[in-house]
Design a protein around this ligand. Structure first.
Ligand SMILES: [Zn+2]
Length: 576
């Protein structure tokens, strides 16, 4: 750590974020009117620090769950509808059918193996599916496609969780309307689910009732900009959601407070930032599937394209027992940077993973490097000892997305460590001469992906051109970074290349959509265009031809993208 970094980190005053967490722990933040009220509190705090945020007015398409229940065999069971469930205030009544599933490793994963045979699909049509897991987009869209009239998800434990069940990312556009869920879905607890399973085995019927409020809402969306002194048009984007389920403390009052403290300190040290820093608090994350960050990505797409050097997401830091830094999301080129920051602040080793199509990673289609989403979390041993199942936040505390995500979930020491990590990350990006992204790591990730796809394809499809393009890029990057380290390339030129690589290499690795559009909220394999290579062995002669056609086009896109990137990297190295 440099002297400047040590000095700035020493200015953290835990009482500042902690008192915001306490205030927000008393504020339910689901309806936009209540989220606006929390934003008013935040804005007051910022003004108290001498910071004037821009408060945008965003039009967001939201789905707010109201009452929900399952009635069966004369009993009414407690249930929670996820956002984007269809509204069925009069109830949908039908026979129950159990589609067994394993509880997924992570809350946003597709269910484990589900029997998708013709017979299994036929059994679902016209019935209410009951299945293990969460009422998440992957299974609600699947069971809807099979003809189910409603879905009941049996959550893994005694808690009933909120969530979302749409694959639409942010505000729907015309092209997305087909994917808006048309059937009601609910979550129930494990004990209630077990009772329903017994009923299902006996051929019983149930009624699923949901009351949803869905439509366009105007919502406040505050953004702080701290202007850099040397490259003010380049900016670091730190962002996280301010809406929550109930009064969610660990998800995400702790994150809101973390960003507030980063804003307070960087504002004090604004004269020492080379680049600008933008800090954004998103509404509509939970009830609009990242509607706030997506609105911002759409509304300010061209500014983001031209000036954003990195996006850092802040969700569920500072939770109790969350002493480890495992399963930390990042794009490959930020791995070294992110793990160094975590090691320097905590002494711990980060275990990173490829960023999921989740959280507020709404900037992949523009092509912006990113790191962190969830950050600190419990160790696997600790979770196993507590008998905890997978959840999607709160540092792995299973009160996540329930009314029990209260002050008990926040932890002062862990919050302090996490504030330090976020502050040091933003500070380093904002003061770096040369941006600390190593695109060799991305090229290596591409090579590993192609090896896996090539092994699966065998002699059914030749990925040699893709491999060759990756090798050429890797070689050009070796020369580029050697020149950067030797000072043979001016930082300004190096940074231009590094930023432009993000604009081309992140989209090709994270989306099949055009730039400025948004990929659906479903699992995206690496180099998604080329992922059909994994399934070639399952095709017959006819469909193999279709798959090869797809892969030929996919490989063309990939090779052309990499050749252009290689040319740009090489041209900069030669000019130097
Ligand atoms: Zn969250």
């Amino acid at each position: 750590m440099t002297d400047l970094e040590r000095r700035i980190l020493a200015d953290i005053d835990l009482e500042q974020p902690w008192s915001l967490i306490e205030t927000m722990s008393r504020m339910v933040r689901e309806h936009p009117r209540d989220v606006d009220a929390a934003i008013d509190v935040l804005v007051e705090r910022l003004r108290g620090y001498g910071i004037e945020p821009t408060v945008h007015e965003a039009d967001l398409y939201l789905s707010l769950p109201g009452e929900a229940s399952v009635t069966a065999a004369g009993r009414t069971l407690r249930a929670k509808a996820p956002a984007a469930s269809a509204s069925a205030p009069d109830g949908v009544e039908a026979e129950l059918v159990h589609v067994p599933a394993d509880y997924a490793r992570a809350a946003d994963d597709v269910f484990g193996e589900v029997d998708a045979s013709e017979a299994a699909r036929a059994a679902v049509a016209g019935r209410i599916v009951i299945s293990e897991g969460y009422a998440n987009p992957a299974n609600v869209s699947r069971f809807q496609a099979w003809g189910a009239v409603a879905v009941i998800a049996i959550n893994p434990g005694a808690y009933v969780h909120w969530g979302t069940c749409t694959t639409v990312w942010g505000n729907p556009g015309l092209d997305d309307l087909d994917r808006v869920p048309r059937i009601p879905a609910v979550n129930v607890s494990r004990p209630d689910g077990d009772a329903l399973l017994e009923l299902a085995r006996a051929g019983g019927r149930a009624t699923v009732r949901t009351v949803m409020e869905e439509g366009w809402f105007r919502s406040k969306l505050p953004v702080v900009e701290i202007r850099g002194t040397e490259y003010p048009d380049e900016f670091v984007l730190l962002h996280g959601h301010i809406d929550a389920w109930d009064a969610g403390v660990g998800d995400n009052a702790t994150g809101d407070a973390t960003m507030l403290e980063v804003a307070r300190i960087l504002h004090q040290h604004r004269g020492e930032l080379k680049r600008s820093v933008r800090i954004a608090w998103w509404p509509g994350h939970s009830t609009g599937r990242y509607a706030g960050s997506t609105w911002y990505a759409d509304r300010f797409a061209l500014e983001l394209d031209e000036g954003c050097v990195v996006q850092i997401n802040c969700d569920s830091p500072g939770c109790r027992w969350a002493t480890e830094y495992i399963d930390v999301s990042h794009t490959a080129e930020t791995h070294g940077f992110a793990s160094r920051v975590i090691r320097e602040v905590t002494g711990k080793t980060m275990r990173g993973e490829r960023a999921h199509q989740a959280g507020d990673y709404s900037f992949n289609n523009i092509g912006i490097s990113g790191h962190f989403m969830l950050l600190s979390t419990m160790s696997e041993e600790d979770r196993a000892a507590k008998g905890y199942y997978a959840v999607g936040g709160c540092g792995a505390n299973i009160e996540w997305h329930t009314e029990f995500d209260t002050m008990d979930i926040a932890d002062r020491d862990i919050l302090l460590a996490d504030v330090r990590i976020y502050l040091l990350s933003v500070l380093r990006h904002a003061t770096a001469d040369v941006l600390a992204f190593d695109w060799r790591a991305t090229a290596d990730e591409f090579a590993a992906t192609l090896r896996r796809y090539g092994d699966a394809a065998g002699d059914r499809f030749d990925l040699a051109p893709a491999r060759a393009a990756t090798q050429s890029l890797r070689a050009a990057l070796d020369a580029f970074y050697a020149d950067v380290e030797a000072g043979r390339i001016a930082p300004r030129d190096a940074n231009r290349v590094i930023r432009r690589l993000a604009r081309s290499l992140i989209p090709v690795n994270f989306t099949r959509e055009l730039r400025f559009w948004h990929h659906p909220a479903l699992t995206i394999p690496p180099l998604p265009d080329l992922a059909p290579a994994l399934e070639l062995a399952q095709h017959d002669a006819t469909t193999l031809g279709f798959a090869r056609t797809t892969l030929t086009r996919a490989q063309n896109r990939f090779v052309a993208t990499l050749r252009e990137a290689t040319h740009e990297v090489g041209a900069t190295a030669r000019r130097a």
